[in-house]
Design a protein around this ligand. Structure first.
Ligand code: GLN
Length: 449
């Protein structure tokens, strides 16, 4: 009831596309009854969680913030959502985001943007902007987002909360409306590491419905967060911290913090990573290619918006359905992806980008042979103002420079709120460990925040 009141009170933030008030009340009743019957408390008993509007929850609407899927009802639950329910969580509603998770500012939603609660003239980040603001503004205790190229970490950074993208394959993608399947991963927003750890251990693990979900056992993250003050070996990418697009205040806060870590006995070493300038182009070639294929199913026949316009021609029917159903950014990416996959350009763009991805993976493994943790900024600037980048998609894409690295290589990464900018907005540090090393990542996060 408290959270339902808060959601109503802060409705202007536009964080929720739909509040599942009846489902939530019903879940609460069942949970209360279980307690009355003397049954033991579940791991997330009564924990109120919001989910990004790309995750299916059986019998509830799910739209990917798109006209294309308006009124689409999920016939089954995403594994991550089902596991939350099984662990006793109350799913309170579906959260606003950029259409089909494409964007960095939540300005691409068919339902209008979510507002950053700290400054309503600024973006909450994206694409999981609603999930970030819901936690930032206290509208739920934790939330799920998805992170294909930074969509959990960057909005967490813009809103001053914690955002974790686990290893690719750590959490099942079953029931997650795909953007780029070899990048997509469910992520978690929270206000402290213990909460994030608790949610992660509830939803991680193998799944017969997703062959890319790892069968590695899921550690008890929440019970093992504190370690005896080890001396960590940190690396940071020199080109990243020296990059001209990085806000000078962020740069000096980071460098100052590195000194602090050294003074506490940790090592912090700059490393060269000349591939940095290729990562945004590589990301946008590969993800648009995958999305053009994934989104081809929305033809208005099998799924999606169906035009009212009369036509006897099948191609025209498809074209009308898709032209009316998809927004600008989604269309731009489908066109770009179709282009890089087309016969004449496949080798020049798609094959080349795959080769770069391979090299990135190899070099990242070399870094983790010598270091425990890579530190990076999360974003080049704090939350920007609405409209500031809408006319220039390239400028928007370049803002993903620090986050797409972890998705290209599949490693886990977390954004931690640490500092305040002179413009009044928060910003943080991003930490990464090797694949499936979420436990050390959460442990080092406890040290850093
Ligand atoms: N900003 C990135 C993009 O627009 C990230 C999206 C995401 O992680 N879903 O593609």
């Amino acid at each position: 009831e408290f959270y339902l009141q808060e959601i109503a009170r802060q409705k202007h933030l536009n964080a929720f596309i739909e509040v599942f008030d009846q489902t939530a009340a019903h879940s609460a009743e069942i949970l209360d009854r279980q307690v009355a019957e003397g049954k033991p408390l579940l791991p997330l008993h009564g924990v109120v969680i919001g989910i990004k509007d790309v995750l299916c929850y059986k019998d509830h609407l799910v739209s990917a913030a798109s006209v294309m899927l308006e009124n689409f009802r999920a016939p089954y639950s995403a594994t991550s959502v089902q596991k939350l329910v099984d662990a006793g969580a109350i799913i309170i509603g579906r959260l606003n985001c950029d259409e089909f998770a494409m964007g960095s500012s939540n300005e691409n939603s068919a339902y209008g943007p979510t507002l950053n609660a700290l400054d309503n003239s600024r973006v909450p980040g994206g694409s999981s902007g609603g999930s970030a603001v819901a936690v930032q503004a206290g509208l739920c205790m934790a939330s799920l987002g998805t992170d294909t190229g930074g969509s959990v970490r960057q909005p967490a950074d813009f809103c001053g909360i914690i955002g974790l993208k686990p290893t690719y394959g750590r959490i099942s993608r079953y029931g997650l409306i795909a953007y780029a399947s070899s990048f997509d991963q469910v992520g978690i927003f929270g206000k402290n590491i213990a909460d994030v750890a608790l949610v992660l251990e509830a939803i991680a693990g193998n799944d017969q419905f997703d062959s890319t979900a790892s069968s590695l056992p899921v550690p008890e993250y929440s019970a093992n967060l504190s370690v005896d003050t080890p001396k960590w070996k940190f690396a940071y990418i020199r080109e990243a911290v020296e990059h001209p697009s990085l806000d000078p205040e962020i740069r000096s806060a980071l460098l100052g913090y590195f000194d602090q870590l050294r003074n506490s006995g940790h090592s912090v070493t700059p490393i060269d990573f000349p591939l940095l300038e290729y990562i945004v182009p590589t990301y946008y070639v590969l993800t648009t290619a995958e999305s053009s294929s994934n989104l081809s199913r929305f033809d208005g026949v099998r799924y999606g918006h169906r035009t009212q316009a009369a036509t006897d021609d099948l191609s025209e029917f498809y074209a009308k359905n898709r032209s009316e159903g998809f927004g600008r950014e989604v269309k731009r990416r489908i066109m770009l992806g179709s282009f890089v996959l087309s016969a004449g350009y496949y080798d020049a763009y798609f094959t080349k980008a795959q080769q770069v991805r391979r090299q990135l993976n190899d070099q990242t493994q070399l870094i983790f042979n010598d270091f425990d943790v890579i530190l990076l900024p999360t974003a080049p600037t704090p939350a920007f103002r609405f409209g500031e980048k809408t006319e220039d998609p390239i400028a928007m894409y370049l803002g993903d420079i620090y986050t797409v690295f972890a998705n290209l290589t599949g490693v886990p990464a977390i954004s931690l709120p640490m500092f305040w900018h002179s413009n009044g907005m928060p910003f943080g540090i991003q930490a990464m460990t090797n694949r499936f090393e979420e436990l050390p990542l959460l442990q080092v996060s406890e040290l850093l925040v």
